[in-house]
Design a protein around this ligand. Sequence first.
Ligand SMILES: [Mn+2]
Length: 430
Amino acid sequence: MVAGKDVCLRRLAKGVRGREVRFNRFLGNAKVTTERVIESWSEGTAAAAEGRHVLAIQDTSEINFATTAERRRGLGEIGKGNGRGVLLHPMLAVDADNGICLGLVSGHVWTRQGRCTVSHDLRDLSDKESQRWIATALAAKPLLAKAAMMTALGDRESDIFALYANAAERRFHVIARSMHDRKLADGTGLYAASEALAVVDQRAIVLPARAQRAERIAQLELRFGAVNLARPQNKFLRHLPKSLPLNYVDVREPDARAGTEPLRWRLLTTHPVTTVEEAWRIVEWYKRRWLIEQFFRVLKTQGFRLEDSQVATAERLLKLVVIAAKAAVITIQLLQARDGRAHQPIRLAFDASAVATLTALNRNLEAQSKRLRNPHPPDSLAWATWVISRLGGWDGYPSSKPPGPITMKNGLEYFHAVAAGWSLRDVCMP
Ligand SMILES: [Mn+2]
């Protein structure tokens, strides 16, 4: 999948019928379960996390698959009930200091069965889809045990009292964007209290481009303060503390350009925030959430065209999604290595046999032209990206335009042809 940037089994099999049958058998095999594939996600990530402060970024995305009334493929509703598909809730490990993608940690994948008719507040948290935020954060703790620190990070959907109460402990923190105007322990409201905070600093930050928005610079005002959240009135939360001390960081854009939605982030965190620098650091960490959106883009439309898959049953589509997720993460890691981020180890994306193949290919490339040598240390992912880009047709001159995703894709295809079976055995198989 990494090499072909595609998950259509027929296209991936490149016309070889026997290979397509084997792909399908693999997906149909009862021993290949989504749980087992998700377990395998963290194999490289756990080692990569060692000694680092890891942002464990979670989000949910809907993956739409075309269906008709006659052919539902066993898929439940997504969105506002106007489509059918799968929901993917992955957790991505990112180095807090330099933004390096360390790999996938854990997550859930599911398709909805019917509609829920009991009101949201009357249901136990374990019944709700929002339980996935807590379950994934708790599952990550042993997997990221070697990390110096872990911060579970999520958007407004992750503003869950039980997440703050359950996930936070020594070395484990939470950052979430606030969704609810919560009651504070002194009876006042969170948003009223936030309006009373004074602006303590101003700074311009760069907001990366997104699907329907170009990159832009936002001039922000910063406010922060300590808050004490009251436990929500819900009989299922009675075992949790009556109140929870958290820190609140508020950034807003007072003078957004006309036609631009002003940025407003209300962030709640268990991290200490006592200085202006610590408050900006929370904002910088929250900004790294952008990477999980990039991951979903690669997975769905830009890269693997997951939504075009012809696989016919929900059971197999769920497996395909979790396998493709791993391939999408490797693509993101190669693109980051190309951009010359801090040293990423080659083993983040390639196993021992793939590294051996790359070494032979590198020797060959260097022999072709004396002046062009791979400038990166051989244990780095940047070294692998240099080889893959050269195989894809990049001329290797530092003065040339850096290799783009298409060059990378061509290089990976060639690499795939050389190391026959490599992409399936070593990348896709759990
Ligand atoms: Mn979300």
